[in-house]
Write a new protein. Structure first.
Length: 522
């Protein structure tokens, strides 16, 4: 006997369970073709793929779309695909005769909301509140924030939604919802949740993201001034190590970017969130050298800050956009953005952040070969940074000054600055900053002819990059270490370093000709 059910029938004795997911893309197009005509879909393969994707690869939705095409032989396939492209009316379009995607979902949803068990009703409310979330997946903590309850209570509700086939578990404490279900959830939220409650739930969710990012930021870069002017309180997952903070950021990266878009361009905009998110995402994106996303999220922050008349938020966003331009090698654009940022901080009489921006400008000047200008900027700003007690920026500034001295051939002064930077960064206990200072010392010693000392510093930095999983900087260090090995006459070891670097660059999709990181400071 074969029994089918939307509800999981987990208590049937002696039964074997088969959990059916959505169809694969090619299977979905094949099903559409069986209903609407194979030749018709073959004539418009791109539109057929779009139509299958907009049906979320759900068999019921595909059958309805195919039936609508079959009943309208004069319609091109792309016409229905375009009609389904409007999220506001997609569920309306997926109706034909007695078949409707919305009705199928409604049965499962109403079984929860009409239940006498308060846990079912809580799950029903969580389902519609999840319609406020725009990212690809979410965690128990996100659900708890939406509900305004504990993670344990939220997980109970989430698991009931999984049993009702209104949600999919995609990992430990992580869940996802198919697009058509998400559209249905948004409809129910708009119908059953007053706007004030929807806004309150959205703000709780965004605050949960911000509070967790602040916690992760302090693990990745203790003492960083970003976010110091504001703080939000929320229940957050425990992030006690560098690795845990990076893993959390990697898992939530797409959700955070979606939330930033939502905060600026969504139906219930909360502009301040985008500016704050960009400020505390800075270190993660810098660690991952993800310049496109750094620019994207800060452009949203800039838009939000200007909309709110937030001059400080505008200045911070411009500073970070300048960093993204620098990382991508767009030096003229970097100077323009950083120059505007510096002017705004000067206007606001924020000497501390003005000094930070000047240090960033000094990095660009060094990249352009303007070494005297670089040295002058750093020496003028160091007293201000010491006065502010900002050891993070002092350590970075000394590193930039050391590299500039090295470029000028002033190796003793360069080594002294970098060793000061290393002592500061060792005290802060930031492994990435420590590793970058070690490899910078390796570079200066190599250029000074101290090849064996250079090897020691490069290898110490290399061990840290491997420990924290920074593959790109690992590859860069291996490449540089190869040159030092070659200078020592260790040709086999040099080739081994270069082959290892090349393998990593190839895996990351980075051209091997791009062998030197731009010195965006950390």
């Amino acid at each position: 006997m074969l029994i089918t059910s939307r509800q999981v029938l987990s208590t049937l004795d002696g039964a074997g369970h088969v959990h059916l997911d959505v169809l694969r893309a090619e299977q979905a197009v094949h099903l559409l073709g069986r209903v609407a005509g194979v030749e018709r879909l073959a004539a418009e393969p791109g539109a057929a793929s779009d139509l299958a994707r907009q049906c979320d690869y759900l068999p019921l939705a595909l059958r309805i779309a195919g039936a609508r095409l079959a009943a309208r032989p004069s319609w091109p396939v792309h016409a229905l695909a375009e009609r389904l492209g409007d999220e506001r009316t997609r569920l309306d379009e997926l109706e034909s005769a007695d078949l409707a995607v919305r009705s199928c979902f409604q049965v499962s949803y109403q079984a929860l909301t009409a239940s006498e068990d308060h846990r079912d009703r809580t799950a029903g409310r969580l389902f519609r509140l999840l319609g406020l979330h725009r990212g690809p997946e979410f965690s128990t903590w996100t659900a708890a924030a939406l509900l305004g309850t504990s993670p344990e209570a939220a997980e109970t509700a989430l698991e009931r939604l999984v049993d009702a086939q209104l949600l999919a578990a995609v990992g430990l404490h992580r869940y996802a919802m198919h697009d058509l279900l998400l559209l249905f959830a948004r409809e129910q939220a708009a119908r059953d949740e007053p706007e004030a409650q929807r806004r309150a739930a959205l703000e709780r969710m965004l605050d949960c993201y911000l509070a967790t990012m602040q916690r992760a930021q302090q693990v990745l870069q203790p003492g960083d001034p970003g976010g110091a002017g504001w703080r939000v309180e929320a229940q957050t997952p425990p992030l006690r190590s560098w690795t845990a903070a990076l893993v959390w950021f990697e898992q939530e990266r797409a959700n955070l970017l979606a939330a930033a878009h939502q905060a600026v361009h969504g139906p219930m905009p909360i502009p301040r969130f985008a500016a704050r998110l960009a400020e505390v995402m800075y270190w993660f994106l810098l660690i991952r050298t993800n310049w496109p996303e750094m620019e994207s999220v800060n452009q949203l922050a800039l838009c939000a800050a200007r909309r709110d008349g937030d001059r400080r938020g505008e200045a911070v966003a411009l500073n970070d956009i300048g960093q993204a331009h620098l990382g991508a090698g767009r030096l003229d654009q970097a100077i323009t953005s950083l120059g505007h940022s510096k002017a705004l901080f000067a206007e606001l009489r924020d000497r501390h952040w003005e000094s930070i921006t000047i240090v960033h400008l000094a990095v660009v000047y060094r990249e352009q070969g303007e070494l005297e200008r670089t040295v002058d900027c750093i020496r003028r700003t160091l007293p201000r940074l010491h006065e502010a007690g900002d050891l993070v920026t002092v350590g970075g500034a000394l590193g930039v000054l050391g590299l500039a001295y090295g470029d000028q051939g002033r190796f003793d002064e360069a080594i002294d600055c970098l060793e000061q930077s290393l002592r500061i960064r060792d005290g802060i206990q930031n492994p990435l900053s420590e590793a970058m200072t070690l490899t910078n010392l390796g570079e200066v010693h190599y250029r000074a002819g101290n090849h064996r000392t250079a090897v020691e510093f490069y290898e110490r930095g290399l061990r840290i990059y491997r420990d924290i999983g920074d593959r790109r900087r690992e590859a860069e260090t291996l490449w540089q270490l190869g040159h030092v090995r070659e200078a020592l006459g260790q040709r086999e070891q040099a080739r081994s370093c270069w082959h290892g670097a090349q393998a990593i660059f190839t895996h990351l999709g980075v051209p091997v000709t791009d062998r030197r990181f731009r010195s965006v400071w950390v």
